[in-house]
Design a protein. Structure first.
Length: 360
């Protein structure tokens, strides 16, 4: 059997939609922020400029096929698409819709429901809600029926023992999560003939809930939050300032310690519940938030390789099909967090991924 199946988190916001035209300006995509990014201090790596596939539009089959081939070439088993559902209204769904209609796009996939309110957080206005999540029983029913009928029946959809794998980003935002997941399971089994559902939530914002306590099957480590948890202490920051040739504080930029985040992940105590580990190549969301952003200083392909190698070598699958490791993310370009090649590092992160996976 395959010891692990590496899953890369996938952001679909690289095509224009009417809502973004209204909220952010005509033709807005994730590239709008990426191309406007500027270095905020000496040695600050911005902007991140993509290689090969370039500033792609995910409405194009050629771009999606190129991504899938690149993922296969470097050992990625499948993508986990962010899924945006607001009481029946979907956003940023066109890349997935086109994949579903195209058998040539054969990379396995799963979904993660990004179930937060959609706000202007990207430009520092978190309290301005653009579209709100409204949780209720009717929506729980409509949501799972739509998923089962339109996505989960797809052969390319990743399953565990015949049960579709579905992630929830913020389980704690749902008012009665145990009731919701039981309803979802009942509908999947009784109305659509599935053996069940394989439900996971992300350990976002430090959450360490036992998934069994709220009706889930497993948790997924959200490593992007782990590597921005630790602010650089004065002595560590001084080292980095010296490396960058600076003699004064980096003003107005929140700098975090990537290396310490990696060390804490490697030294994490094994949970007494099913937990799928995760790694993050790098982090810098100043393309979105400018001076209000966070930079995880110290990331490199070598450190990422060390981290991923440790995770894959130490992971013991829970069963033949419960063998996922997550890479967060494939293409979060405006967060400086991507496996896709850029002009600075070229294919170094992908090569590191392939070497770490071959170390099994």
């Amino acid at each position: 059997m395959e010891k692990i199946k590496p899953i890369a988190i996938y952001l679909p916001q690289f095509h224009p939609i009417p809502e973004n035209d209204i909220w952010w300006g005509k033709g807005f995509t994730e590239w709008t922020n990426v191309t406007k990014a500027k270095p905020l201090f000496k040695g600050h790596y911005q902007p991140h400029i993509p290689m090969d596939i370039g500033y792609y539009d995910l409405r194009l089959e050629a771009a999606r096929l190129a991504q899938e081939q690149m993922a296969k070439d470097y050992g990625i088993y499948g993508f986990c698409y962010y899924h945006y559902w607001f009481n029946g209204k979907r956003l940023l769904h066109e890349p997935l819709e086109r994949k579903l209609k195209n058998p040539k796009e054969d990379l396995p996939f799963m979904l993660c429901w990004a179930n937060e309110n959609w706000t202007r957080a990207w430009d520092g206005k978190e309290n301005e809600i653009l579209i709100k999540q409204e949780y209720n029983n009717e929506d729980d029913v409509n949501h799972i029926r739509w998923l089962c009928a339109h996505v989960f029946l797809e052969e390319r959809y990743i399953k565990v023992n015949g049960c579709p794998v579905f992630l929830v980003y913020r389980h704690n935002l749902l008012p009665n999560i145990k009731r919701t997941v039981q309803l979802w399971r009942d509908i999947a089994i009784n109305e659509f003939g599935f053996k069940g559902l394989y439900l996971c939530f992300t350990e976002s914002f430090g959450d360490r809930t036992n998934p069994l306590d709220i009706g889930f099957d497993a948790a997924v480590e959200f490593s992007a939050h782990s590597i921005i948890k630790n602010k650089l202490k004065y002595d560590r920051k001084t080292i980095w300032l010296q490396k960058l040739g600076l003699k004064r504080k980096i003003e107005n930029v929140d700098v975090r310690d990537y290396e310490k985040g990696v060390e804490e992940s490697i030294n994490r105590r094994i949970s007494n519940y099913k937990l799928y580990r995760s790694v993050t190549p790098s982090w810098d969301n100043t393309a979105r938030k400018r001076e209000n952003g966070i930079v995880a200083q110290g990331s490199s392909p070598a450190l990422y390789y060390k981290w991923l190698k440790y995770i894959v070598k130490s992971f013991i699958p829970y069963s033949k099909e419960e063998n996922f490791v997550f890479i967060n993310a494939w293409n979060e370009w405006a967060e400086g967090n991507h496996l896709e090649p850029c002009e600075k590092y070229k294919y170094a992160y992908l090569e590191a991924t392939k070497r770490a996976l071959k170390s099994l």
